[in-house]
Design a protein around this ligand. Sequence first.
Ligand code: SF4
Length: 293
Amino acid sequence: MSYPRGSIRYVRYAVQIAFLLITLYAGWEFHQFVLHFEEPTRPFVPRPPSVDAYLPIGALMAFKYFVMTGTVEPIHPSGLIMFIAIVGVSLLLKKGFCGWICPVGTASQFAWMAGEKVLGRNFRIEQYTDIGLRSIKYVILSAFFWVIVVAMGSTMISMFFMSDYYLVADVKMLKFFTEMTSLTLWVLVGLVVLSVLYKNFWCRYLCPYGALLGIISRWSPLKIRRNEEKCIHCHACTEACPALIDVEKKDVVKSGDGQVGRYGNTQLVRDPQHPRGHFIVAGENGRRPAPAC
Ligand code: SF4
């Protein structure tokens, strides 16, 4: 089976943009929902349940609570369902969520693509600094893991679910963006600038959710496999990989940073018909062009 060159990449862009628009629309709806209670003259707009997805810490607590008690917490139940779905996607398709669905990842990706277009390239952080920075997301994840999974029991979690704070946690998240302080604004501006200059800056260094999915994705049966016999060591795969994985030096890409699961259980080889930038993913039953990893 053959695919037009680059077609999978454009399908992925379309899916990413669709999820980004759905997210923005849900955010707008939620804003209208909150405004109705602040200014009762405004019409009532139903609360979109998908906003629960933006309470990942609550979702992790809800997951632990569900495992311990068999009960779905009733305040923001969609968060738990989406958390389980995202973890399931990561187990099956590695970081397919990051590569195809996450709106933050999409915004980050289009930021570095814009930077590449305007500046002619993206910058790379020096290797040892890069390793140090990559540990930040694991440190943040470990802190959450310690507090929620180790320290909090089911009673403490259920008390948190009943607290006034958790009842309006989604509203607080909204206000974080609609009534941001100057510090928040400057931090966001800094992140945007860094995302334009460096590929996937937020995802690579700071996102604890991505760190969790990266760890889970290691158990996925799907992997990119480089075909050593056909590889001509042209560096095209390493240069193209937005996760900065040195694909050329690996037989199997296992990195938790890679968003490579979308190719399935395949072999990555250079296509000799395309001198640069085009490499192919060869499955057991044929070959097809692939976008950058
Ligand atoms: S690393 Fe985090 S922000 Fe980036 S795509 Fe994955 S979940 Fe989204």
